[in-house]
Design a protein around this ligand. Structure first.
Ligand SMILES: [Zn+2]
Length: 568
């Protein structure tokens, strides 16, 4: 009996001591820099999926939970963001972008919606006035069928407004461009230049070039265009970063950047101007450059890392260059083309084995079923040669799967780095191209999950839009862009919103060896998150594509805000 009393006293003492310790801790620990409160937080952390508030100290999350709980972190200088009950998610991690191309696209002249030849000319004239002498005008995506009246443009239209500015503006389909006289002169194109194989120089009645260049003929001009200057590259990256911030993309995995791109990222890192975290994976043909100086997978800081390479097995479905076992249904004379990097395959095996032996992560583009199969063979060679280890091999796109390769994907622990937007884009013509059987294993996101394969989500921007809401919409609805499959194209492959979010945050973070650092709203992780205008977990999935990002936070800092939120 006395023992019980002693125990009781001890328990009371312990409780008192604990309360005192907690009180002291609350007094001595620093207050949060930012608290987001009154929020509908979906954490993508299975141990604690829902919360009402989150506290941030420095660049890290320090508390996630109920409002009262998180409020203990509030101090006099804490910035409090009242989320007004809106959905808060971890920031989106786009596992496959081409950042500089994306920025260049945003930077380049927009001609696509011009409604007349005079508007086309005026836009080019304005651009020419704004840029330094001698700088090229490129891009454009003009579409003369939208003009009133429609008229194929010629160099005479634009020569007068571009006396000192070389111009090569592309038609929206990518198969034709318009050059002005300076550009033709720099390229050495005259009436006497013969058409190149696979290309056409458009000529007038007297045989003189009109400025129109089709397919391979565009290369004459492309070849003489100077490489992107440091300034223009910097401008493009800044545009890309601002675009990413406005869309809630807090991390990007940059596929085959040039080294000069990485230099720009590094410069922006220095200045504290990186508003998205970048994992750069240069081309596999240069794998020895990183290996030489001992850069291994995910080397670097939370904002800028390297240690991966990107390779190519084949081309794309749209251009019938994806490499299949069987011929295309609508183009039976071909079953695709292996990329030059795969010719011969032994050369690619050498690169892959060499990079892996040096600790470099492998991200290989493979789209057709045989292209994917061949890369799985090479990955199996890697495991055989170097043993099992946590190397997180990746196949980029992984679009069209052979039936028995899902199992191999799982066994080799290969990550499927996929882009759902391509599914609703290709879905317009894919069945015509590859027929009703192969279509069942096309963009087979659910089958991957059923086999225990990790998905990482991305967009392939600038090939597809960077907006994560379009990607979530695509994965969840599989409604093709032409509106012909409102209930989903191969609907059995649809993902749920939680599955999509997991793949787009934790899945992508895992694919870049950062799942301990980010990808969920978890105490201790980097404070990267977004506040959305609507709850994409409960609204009609058709409406997801119109949802907007209201606030984007990277490393505890607001990098984008749609409108002023009540703060105190
Ligand atoms: Zn790509």
């Amino acid at each position: 009996m006395p023992g019980k009393n002693v125990g009781g006293v001890l328990r009371v003492c312990t409780a008192l001591v604990m309360a005192l310790v907690c009180h002291l801790a609350a007094q001595t620990r620093p207050a949060a820099d930012v608290i987001i409160t009154n929020a509908n937080i979906y954490t993508v952390d299975k141990t604690k999926p829902r919360a009402e508030a989150v506290a941030i100290l420095g660049d890290r999350i320090v508390a996630v939970g109920a409002i009262a709980e998180v409020d203990t972190w509030r101090g006099s200088n804490t910035k409090v963001i009242d989320a007004g009950g809106k959905l808060v998610l971890p920031g989106f991690d786009d596992a496959h972008v081409h950042l500089v191309n994306g920025g260049k696209q945003l930077e380049s002249i927009q001609l696509n919606d011009a409604t007349s030849s005079s508007e086309f000319v005026n836009r080019i004239a304005e651009r020419a006035k704004k840029i330094p002498k001698g700088e090229w005008i490129t891009g454009g995506d003009w579409d003369e069928t939208k003009w009133d009246p429609p008229q194929m443009p010629s160099k005479e239209l634009i020569d007068a407004v571009t006396p000192d500015t070389p111009v090569l503006v592309g038609r929206y389909d990518g198969h034709m461009a318009l050059a002005n006289s300076i550009a033709l002169k720099l390229a050495g194109i005259t009436g006497k230049t013969p058409d190149p194989p696979g290309g056409l120089i458009v000529r007038d009645a007297r045989g003189n070039p009109t400025g129109g260049l089709k397919d391979a003929a565009m290369d004459f001009v492309n070849k003489v265009m100077p490489p992107l200057s440091h300034d223009r590259r910097l401008r493009a990256v800044k545009r890309a970063l601002a675009h990413a911030a406005s869309l809630g993309v807090t991390s990007v995995q940059d596929m085959n950047p040039e080294y000069a791109d990485v230099e720009v990222y590094s410069e922006l890192l220095d200045r504290g101007e990186l508003t998205a975290r970048i994992y750069a994976a240069p081309m596999i043909t240069g794998w020895e450059d990183q290996a030489k100086i001992g850069i291994r997978r995910a080397f670097g800081s939370p904002y800028l890392r390297m240690g991966a390479v990107k390779g190519y097995a084949d081309g794309s479905l749209g251009s019938t260059t994806a490499y299949f076992f069987d011929p295309f249904t609508d183009t039976p004379n071909t079953h695709g083309i292996l990329d030059a990097q795969m010719q011969p395959i032994s050369k690619m095996r050498q690169r892959i084995l060499g990079a892996d032996a040096s600790g470099i992560q492998l991200c290989i583009h493979a789209i057709g079923d045989q292209g994917i199969s061949l890369i799985l063979d090479l990955f199996a060679d890697v495991v055989k040669a170097h043993g099992q280890s946590d190397r997180r091999l990746r196949i980029e796109h992984a679009q069209h799967m052979a039936a028995n390769d899902f199992e191999r994907f799982a066994q080799l622990h290969v990550i499927a780095s996929v882009q759902p937007f391509h599914a609703i884009d290709d879905g317009r013509f894919a069945e015509r191209r590859i027929g009703p059987d192969r279509i069942k294993r096309t963009y087979a996101f659910r089958t991957f999950l059923e086999h225990g394969v990790r998905l990482a989500l991305g967009t392939d921007w600038d090939v597809a839009p960077l907006n994560p809401m379009l990607t979530v919409y695509a994965a969840v609805t599989r409604a093709t862009l032409d509106g012909k499959n409102p209930n989903g194209w191969v609907p059995e492959q649809k993902l749920t919103v939680p599955e999509t979010l997991e793949a787009y945050t934790m899945g992508s973070a895992y694919a870049e060896f950062q799942d301990q650092e980010k990808g969920s709203i978890t105490s201790g992780k980097l404070a990267d998150m977004v506040i959305l205008s609507d709850d994409i977990l409960s609204i009609d999935p058709k409406l997801i594509r119109d949802v907007q990002v209201e606030v984007t936070i990277v490393g505890g800092k607001i990098v984008w805000q749609k409108e002023a939120h009540p703060t105190q």
